[in-house]
Design a protein around this ligand. Sequence first.
Ligand code: CA
Length: 216
Amino acid sequence: MRILVVEDDVNLNRQLVEMLTEVGYVVDKAFDGEEGHFLGDTEPYDAVILDIGLPEMDGITVLESWRKDGRNMPVLMLTARDRWSDKVAGIDAGADDYVAKPFHMEEVLARLRALIRRAAGHASSEIVVGDVCLDTKQSRVTYKDNPVKLTSHEFRLLSYLIHHKGEVVSRTELIEHLYDQDFDKDSNTIEVFIGRLRKKLYPEIVETVRGLGYRA
Ligand code: CA
């Protein structure tokens, strides 16, 4: 799952990026509205954390422009605490949810998880595929009720496929959503990780759809 953080407060931006990385997301960051707008317009994100007060271009304008261009990724807005008008403006502009500053990191995480799940069409925090259960809240995977130990790369890959269960996901889409911009796109990393998932879980957990991609 690839997340974009747009926040001009350097400390807060760093804290958000650290926390999101720690729980297994791939994170890109921007410190002003223009840079954030460009990234959100050109890169595929599974969710965006967008501050309202930003230099160059404010958060509302950024979001309105994305929505006008048909960019529909879930957006969690960060608003100032006492500015109810900000919240209204954010929701009018197409925000999916908001958190008022100052906030607890846990709250941002919980809201983000819910947005990503809902965008993928899952109401519950647990998503089941065959005998495998992905607990999005605990970032845990069980197979026949037994916990399975996965590396962060394996977890991200499986989590993306399970969020899109039943759909064919192309290799390009996986690379775009699971790695940051510096990733070597010609490597066979995806195949290697898919192989490991099949070994740790069971071979049919991920099906290869020849010429198209993978399906959980
Ligand atoms: Ca700000």
